[in-house]
Design a protein around this ligand. Structure first.
Ligand code: NAD
Length: 261
């Protein structure tokens, strides 16, 4: 029997075949899961629908997480159709490009609100909506980044939002723990995706990260997908409230000689 046979759940945040959420979808599908997908708008639907249908998905609906009514209809719609929500993959984030460029000191009130609303609060809102359909053994996974706990130049207000996400992750693990529902977040190393293209000088960042990582390379989305499968499956039944790094050992390093030395 496959690892996720009989499990049904939702993935929010696939934009295209480069998305980390799609890498998670492929792993979960291969492991036997039934998946419902959200898309942000019509333009993204054009890319998500064929991808989702290629793995047999039958539930593909709009969900802009800034709108409570769209969270409700997306999550409830899946819950009513399948009667259960065994897993949630929250793989979305957004900050205004102007705020990312401005630096934290010059972040606007609205920009701060928007980044935190979309990137952190939505994890709480989606999990709450799904809660009536989740039973013991269900699990939630979100995606975070090292800019939450260390200064990563250019990450700015998104670092603050990821810190909020990681803290929400811990408190949700506490809230849902008594019911046997686990909540974890994956801190992925930099990967070239649509969202990453908004981070200034991302290409240079990829090279520096690879040079400094314990494994001496960057990670690929598939590695995040495999960890997502582990965290949503029974293999990680004793793990909750964690920020789990999938970054080729970058965050563990204190100092490494550059290759040219
Ligand atoms: P991506 O662009 O493929 O995915 C981001 C998704 O967020 C898109 O599907 C977009 O539609 C969605 N989104 C934005 N605003 C939304 C809203 N209001 N409502 C609903 N959805 C919305 O990029 P990705 O890199 O796959 O990002 C997925 C997650 O991984 C994000 O949380 C990101 O911060 C995180 N992450 C990415 C990296 C990286 O280097 N790519 C590293 C660590 C963590």
């Amino acid at each position: 029997m496959k690892l996720m046979e009989g499990k049904k759940g939702i993935i929010l945040g696939v934009a295209n075949d480069k998305s980390i959420g799609w890498a998670c979808a492929k792993q979960l599908h291969d492991a036997g899961a039934t998946i419902g997908f959200s898309y942000l708008n019509d333009a993204i639907e054009k890319r998500v629908r064929p991808l989702a249908e290629s793995i047999g998905a039958e539930y593909i609906e709009k969900c802009d997480v800034t709108k409570d009514e769209e969270i409700e209809s997306f999550v409830k719609g899946f819950g009513e159709k399948y009667g259960q929500i065994d897993f949630i993959v929250h793989s979305l984030a957004f900050a205004d490009g102007e705020d990312l460029k401005a630096g934290v000191l010059n972040t606007s009130r609205d920009g701060f609100k928007l980044a935190n609303d979309i990137s952190a609060y939505s994890l709480i809102a989606v999990t709450r909506e799904a809660r009536p359909y989740m039973k013991e053994g269900s699990a939630v996974v979100s995606m975070t980044y090292l800019g939450s706990t260390r200064v990563v130049e250019g990450y700015n207000v998104m670092g603050i939002a990821k810190a909020a996400l990681e803290t929400a992750n811990m408190y949700l693990a506490h809230d849902l723990g008594p019911d046997g529902i686990r909540v974890n977040t994956i801190s992925a190393g930099p990967i070239k995706t649509l969202a990453a293209s908004g981070v200034p000088r991302f290409k240079a960042m990829l090279k520096r990260f690879a040079d400094s990582a314990a494994l001496g390379r960057n990670v690929v989305a598939e590695e995040v997908g495999k960890t997502c499968l582990y965290l949503l499956s029974d293999l990680s039944s004793g793990v909750t409230g964690e920020t789990h790094y999938v970054d080729a050992g970058y965050q563990t390093m204190g100092f490494k000689h550059p290759k040219e030395d």
